[in-house]
Design a protein around this ligand. Structure first.
Ligand code: NAP
Length: 309
């Protein structure tokens, strides 16, 4: 019985040492040194090569090295019937929440304007809205978005969420379904996107979405790059309809040097670092799930293949 790791990082030796401590009877292999493919029962992967996972005939579980599983779904030849497990990580959720709160507060407290005034040595007071007057819309209120919405509400913002179906969220109103998106965006001075990438959420932040938002609105995208139509965002910013955006994810990563987003005065760019998987908490989840499978139980945090997240 063996686990195969395929990681984009240099943490292979760390994983090997930690698995040896936690599951000493589990053989550890690291891609591309697969050995006998019949031995591999668990794969822990980031961006597996298309078609590769199907070459493992005894594979029982595919573990994603991230909260998102789009990097696995990009493989059109996934093995049928093998559950895909995503990370649900408290540390990752906290980091995502920090990012959303940071940029919501920067916008709300007009940080960029005060920084510009400081450069001019200008002592000037700007009109300031109360937090309760600032409406925030969190697109996707699952593990991460739910925590983001609760944190923003605790600061006093007027928060609502948007999800596929109805859900209770500690007194935060949740608009459900595509039919309520325009209404939801119409009350989002700040729209925070924490959606998973699916065919339904692709290009969702487009010119129609921006037109639905109130004038002077702000966009935070920490979902996935393909959810944002970058040219539509730039047009909405340049027209003055939107006031700014904080973007952590992009259609092409790394963001090409020629992208106008890099130097746009109303855009904050970060290199997909809103949250970085903490391997220690990731390890604990994978180990626990392997133990469950060995006991004949189903793993937790299995991705719903029909929904795509
Ligand atoms: N930037 C980063 O560093 C980073 C790090 C980690 C994760 N992420 C991104 O964050 C995403 C969310 O992670 P999570 O753990 O919070 O996922 P999750 O628990 O599965 O929650 C997803 C949420 O999105 C909603 N949703 C999905 N499709 C929808 C649609 N078509 N219309 C409306 N709502 C829809 C779901 O609605 P229901 O509640 O009705 O199911 C749910 O509320 C990940 O998929 C990943 O792309 C980014």
């Amino acid at each position: 019985m063996a686990l195969l790791l395929k990681t984009g990082s240099d943490r292979g030796p760390w994983w090997r040492a930690e698995f040896a401590k936690a599951l000493p009877d589990l053989e550890f292999r690291q891609f591309p040194e697969v050995g006998d493919a019949n031995d591999i029962e668990f794969a822990l992967v980031w961006k597996p090569d298309p078609g590769f996972l199907r070459t493992l005939p005894r594979l029982k579980v595919i573990f994603s090295l991230g909260a998102g599983v789009d990097h696995i779904f990009e493989d059109p030849h996934l093995p049928a019937g093998v559950p895909i497990v995503r990370l649900v990580d408290e540390q990752l959720t906290r980091q995502m929440t920090e990012y959303a709160v940071l940029h919501a507060l920067r916008f709300h407290r007009q940080a960029a304007l005060y920084e510009a005034l400081q450069r001019e040595k200008a002592w000037r007071e700007l009109p300031q809205k109360m937090t309760g007057e600032r409406r925030v819309g969190v697109m996707g209120v699952g593990e991460i978005g739910g925590a983001v919405a609760r944190a923003l509400k605790s600061l006093g913002f007027d928060v609502a969420g948007w999800a596929r179906g109805p859900r209770a969220l500690d007194g935060i109103p949740v608009f459900a379904g595509a039919g309520r998106l325009v209404e939801f965006l119409g009350r989002s001075d700040i729209a925070v996107c924490v959606l998973p990438p699916t065919p339904e959420t692709a290009d969702i932040l487009d010119k129609r979405a921006f037109a639905a938002m109130p004038s002077g609105g702000f966009v935070v995208n920490i979902g996935r790059g393909r959810q944002l139509v970058e040219t539509d965002l730039i047009a909405a910013l340049d027209s003055g309809h939107l006031a700014g955006a904080a973007l952590d994810v992009f259609r092409q990563e790394p963001l090409p040097p020629a992208s106008p987003l890099w130097s746009h005065p109303k855009v904050v760019v970060t290199p997909h670092v809103a949250a970085i998987t903490d391997p220690r908490s990731a390890l604990a989840q994978v180990v626990e799930n392997i133990r469950r499978v060995r006991r004949g139980e189903a793993p937790t945090n299995v991705v719903d293949l029909k929904r795509g997240y």
